[in-house]
Design a binder for this molecule. Structure first.
Ligand SMILES: CC(C)(COP(=O)(O)OP(=O)(O)OC[C@H]1O[C@@H](n2cnc3c(N)ncnc32)[C@H](O)[C@@H]1OP(=O)(O)O)[C@@H](O)C(=O)NCCC(=O)NCCS
Length: 151
């Protein structure tokens, strides 16, 4: 299936906020996302969709500060999971980082999220610390780190 990855648009936001709740259990909220897209040069939002029907597949938000980046709110919606779209999105994100000369990348992931941990490890990310009781349900977060060029 042909896919496209593009910048998030204001017209995507209400759909994104809805899927954030379904996929992540929380959302920054429509107003905050809108403000980030319009005014915040540190945040970049990308959407993956099918090329033909423009069906929403997933999204990511990236926090960029000079040569450092953080991957936030990354997901592929349920119907499209396990079909290599996460990998395609990660390939895009990693190429994007290289194109803007990012050197260090961090992300947080739930201790129990083996699928995401496997995916990130396949790109060379390593767990560098655990943040205890990080999530509202008391679950620990793993902080993962990648130095680009060392993978
Ligand atoms: C994590 C997520 C983005 C992965 O996307 P996906 O499209 O389902 O994954 P892919 O089909 O591209 O698989 C990529 C890799 O993930 C891992 N993976 C995928 N399905 C897996 C499974 N059932 N069990 C273990 N690892 C799995 C593997 O490393 C796989 O690579 P491989 O097929 O070469 O072994 C997606 O499952 C998701 O959105 N999950 C819910 C939200 C979430 O957890 N986001 C990340 C927050 S940090």
């Amino acid at each position: 299936m042909d896919i496209e990855i593009r910048n998030m648009r204001i017209s995507d936001i209400s759909k994104i906020a809805k899927y954030d709740l379904i996929m992540l259990g929380e959302t920054l909220g429509e107003e905050t996302i809108k403000r980030h897209i319009k005014n915040n040069n540190l945040m970049r939002y990308f959407v993956m969709e099918t090329k033909k029907d423009k069906a929403f597949i997933g999204q990511v938000s990236l926090w960029i500060d000079e040569d450092k980046a953080q991957i936030n709110n990354f997901y592929i919606i349920k119907d499209f999971q396990g079909k290599k779209f996460g990998k395609k999105f990660m390939n895009y994100i990693m190429s994007y980082f290289k194109s803007i000369r990012i050197k260090e990348v961090t992300l947080e992931v739930r201790n129990s999220n083996k699928v995401a941990i496997n995916l990130y490890e396949s790109y060379g990310f390593k767990v560098i610390t655990t943040r205890n009781n990080y999530y509202p349900n008391g679950e620990n977060a793993l902080l993962m780190y990648l130095m680009i060029g060392s993978e």
